[in-house]
Design a protein around this ligand. Sequence first.
Ligand SMILES: [Zn+2]
Length: 355
Amino acid sequence: MDEQSPVVKMQAMGMSDAGFPLHLIIVSADKDFNFESLHKKNKRIILINNGIHPGEPDGIDASMLLVRDIAINKYKLPANVVLAIIPVYNIGGCLNRSANYRIDQNGPTEKGFRGNSQNLDLNRDFIKCDSKEAKAFEEIFQLTDPDVFVDNHVSDGADYQHVMTLLTSQHNKLGGDMGEYLNKEFEPALYSSMKQKGYDLVPYVNAFGDTPENGWSEYWDSPRYSSGYSTLWQTFAFVPETHMLKSYDQRVRSTYALMQCFIEFTSTNSEKMKQLRDKAKQSVKTQTDFPISWQLDRSQFKEITYKGYEAGRKPSDVSGLPRLYYDHNKPFEKQVKIYNYYAAKTLSSRKDGGK
Ligand SMILES: [Zn+2]
């Protein structure tokens, strides 16, 4: 696509532990691929990461389809938005393939391995930086300074009707006017535009150890995760998580649709998003106290429409002991509570008093 389209450029960016370079695909409607210049031209940058968990490759294929469709003018990338895409982040894990990884997942036939070539989970490495990938990511992140960051994944766990779930970086942790905007404007707009494209979004189903029909608390993404890391730099961050039991085709299409929603919202709200980020970057320079731990506030919640399947227990074919299953003959729709407020628990003060 780089060779065939003037709006697409691929460049090597840093090294991976596997000994192969990472890449960055830049898609820019006015054929400018220099980020310093793009920032000066007031472009909004969306950084998309794929294959950090290579067994979850939906974003890799969805990104290729998206870039192809932009290159052949099937999908018009707005003039004020530039895409920066890491095609595959965990290259070592992607090369380590088996049909037996993520065995319950509905395709593709062979999947990559979660750990990288050092067996590190790269989506836990954004602060400690034990991997070359994390160091390269920091360079990519500083270069692109994205307004929006998207890290495409596939979930496992509970069974439900939704194809796509969305982990939005925790809004209190992002904080200030940006956090408020993320919670009240950006995220609700994604829900309504995805609905128009035929997908009912729900928050990432964070109901481990329990079935989800009674609601759940929003995932708290610390900075060791990609989205938590990104919000440290005043970036709106999201982790789309398709549902592993849906067909690969459905999952890739929903990932594609959600990336369109990010592009369209960012283009429409470009100036507002820039103002919010500029203000947040200014205020962090003089901020003296920083929350370093958080606590769920159970007194606050929102209600969402959850489309699930009734759960039950039946004897396991292997052990004869009761096991959990979800009955596809018993779908239900229900309002459930999502506890999505966290309060700062511990503050850390700057020694230099913000100087
Ligand atoms: Zn994942």
